[in-house]
Design a protein around this ligand. Structure first.
Ligand SMILES: [Zn+2]
Length: 406
C-alpha cells in the first residue's frame, strides 16, 4: 500500500505542540478508537480569518483538549490560510489505512477523517466576519484529499453507504452533509463539487507519478567475440621421422603421410596470447595450404588432425623425436578428416572445428599452447607436404590457426 500522505509536507504535532504544556503530546483522556476511513469530511474552524495559523491551531488544541476536556484536538488535519497543513488528532504509528477516530461530526465519527480550513466561511454568520477560502488553502486541501483518497483507494467523485449510520454520503463531503450545522460554511461548501474534480485530477497525477514496475534486469549481452589468426610457433613445423632408424629430417618442411617405407607425422604448435587464455574459445579453424600436386600423392585415405594434451616442443627450434610425437597423448580428433575432398593441393584448405570439440580445445588451451598432430596413412604412397621454401610451385604459406574467442 502506498503512503502518499507521508510525503506531503505538513507541520507535525511535535512541531506545533512543543510550545504547549499540559497534556502534551499524548491524549490520555481520549482513548484511541481505530478505524479505516471511508469518508473525508471538510470543516471550517469558525476562527478569525486574520488569526495567525500556528496560533490558531494551538488555541484550538487548548480549547478542545483542555477547556472542553476532550484530551486532544478533534480534527485530523488543519489547513492555514497560507496553505500550510497541520497534523491534528494524535494517530501514533499506524498503517496508512488506519486512523484514530476524531470528534468533528457529532455524533458519529467512525470511518471519517476530519479536515478543516482555518477560518469562517459562512456568509450568514457575522462573527467572526466571513471570508472566502484562500487559493493557497484550497490548493492544500486538494493535495491532502488527493493523497488520502489515493492511499485509501477512495473515489473522490463517489458516494458510499455508511455501514453503521445507514446513510449515504459523498466520499468527500461537508460537515453539513452529516449533521445539522452550517459548517464548513457556504463559501467553502459550494466549492466542494469543483474540489472533488480537482482531487480526481490530483489522483490521476499521482497515479502517473507512481514509480513504474521495476524493469527486469537487463539480459547480459554475450561478451563480444574477437578473432585472431595465429601462425605456428617459431620453427613451426616439427615433423615426424622416417621409420628408417636414426634418420631424421628437420627443417621447415611439414609432411604428413607416407612415402615409400617412411611415415610422417607433423606437429604444429600455436602459442596462445594471454587474452585468449583468460577467455573462451568459441571457434577454431585451421588453414592448411599445401604445395602443388608433386607432393600430394594418391589421396585415397584420410589424414587426421589430433589435438594433443600438452605441447611437445621444449623450445622454439627443438625437433621432436618421432617416437615422442607418435606416443603423445591425444585428447581429441577435433577436425574433420583431411581427405582429397578438403585437402586439395595448391589450395588454402580451411578446416573448422566441430562445436562439440570446443570443450577439448579450451581444455588444451588452458596450458597456453595448442599442439596439433597431423597424421596420415602409414603405408602406400600418400603424402601431403607444406614447404615454406622448397622449390617451384610452393605456396609459401604457413599453416594458420584462426580462433574466435570471448
Ligand atoms: Zn465542522
Amino acid at each position: 500500500m502506498v503512503n502518499t500522505l507521508e510525503a506531503l509536507a505538513m507541520v507535525g504535532r511535535e512541531e506545533w505542540g512543543k510550545m504547549l504544556h499540559t497534556g502534551w503530546p499524548a491524549s490520555p483522556n481520549w482513548m484511541p478508537v481505530y478505524h479505516t476511513p471511508s469518508f473525508l469530511v471538510v470543516h471550517h474552524t469558525v476562527t478569525s480569518n486574520q488569526w495567525q495559523p500556528l496560533a490558531a491551531v494551538q488555541a484550538i488544541w487548548r480549547y478542545h483538549a483542555l477547556t472542553q476536556g476532550w484530551g486532544d484536538i478533534r480534527y485530523h488535519y488543519l489547513i492555514g490560510q497560507d496553505g500550510v497543513i497541520y497534523e491534528g488528532r494524535w494517530r501514533g504509528q499506524q498503517p496508512v489505512n488506519i486512523y484514530v477516530e476524531g470528534g468533528q461530526t457529532m455524533t458519529s465519527n467512525t470511518h471519517k477523517v476530519g479536515l478543516t480550513l482555518l477560518g469562517q466561511f459562512e456568509p450568514s454568520a457575522a462573527n467572526p466576519p466571513p471570508a472566502e477560502p484562500t487559493p493557497a488553502a484550497l490548493e492544500a486541501l486538494v493535495k491532502l484529499l488527493g493523497a488520502i483518497c489515493f492511499d485509501l483507494e477512495l473515489d473522490p467523485l463517489g458516494k458510499a453507504l455508511h455501514p453503521l449510520e445507514g446513510k449515504t454520503y459523498p466520499i468527500i463531503s461537508g460537515h453539513r452533509d452529516h449533521y445539522r450545522t452550517l459548517c464548513p460554511g457556504r463559501n467553502l461548501y459550494n466549492l466542494l463539487p469543483d474540489i472533488r474534480q480537482q482531487v480526481a485530477a490530483e489522483i490521476q497525477r499521482l497515479q502517473e507519478q507512481e514509480p513504474p514496475e521495476p524493469e527486469p534486469p537487463p539480459i547480459p549481452s554475450p561478451p563480444a567475440t574477437s578473432q585472431i589468426a595465429l601462425e605456428p610457433r617459431e620453427a613451426q613445423v616439427a615433423w615426424g621421422k622416417s621409420v628408417w632408424p636414426n634418420l631424421l629430417w628437420g627443417d621447415d618442411d611439414l609432411y604428413v603421410g607416407a612415402w615409400g617405407d617412411a611415415v610422417y607425422y607433423s606437429l604444429i604448435e600455436f602459442t596462445l596470447p594471454e587474452k585468449i587464455r583468460g577467455g573462451v574459445i568459441t571457434g577454431l579453424e585451421l588453414s592448411l595450404t599445401g604445395q602443388d600436386d608433386v607432393y600430394l600423392r594418391e589421396t585415397e585415405g584420410t589424414f587426421q588432425a589430433v589435438l594433443l594434451e600438452a605441447p611437445l616442443r621444449g623450445g622454439t627450434t627443438t625437433t621432436v623425436p618421432f617416437e615422442q610425437l607418435r606416443q603423445a597423448t591425444a585428447i581429441a580428433n577435433f577436425l574433420p578428416p583431411l581427405s582429397a575432398g578438403n585437402l586439395k593441393p595448391g589450395t588454402e584448405n580451411k578446416l573448422s572445428v566441430d562445436p562439440a570439440g570446443l570443450d577439448k580445445v579450451n581444455l588444451a588451451a588452458a596450458g597456453g599452447v595448442l599442439a596439433i598432430r597431423l597424421e596420415g596413412p602409414s603405408s602406400g604412397r600418400r603424402l601431403f607436404a607444406w614447404d615454406s621454401g622448397y622449390g617451384e610451385g610452393g605456396l609459401l604459406k604457413k599453416p594458420v590457426l584462426t580462433l574466435q574467442y570471448q
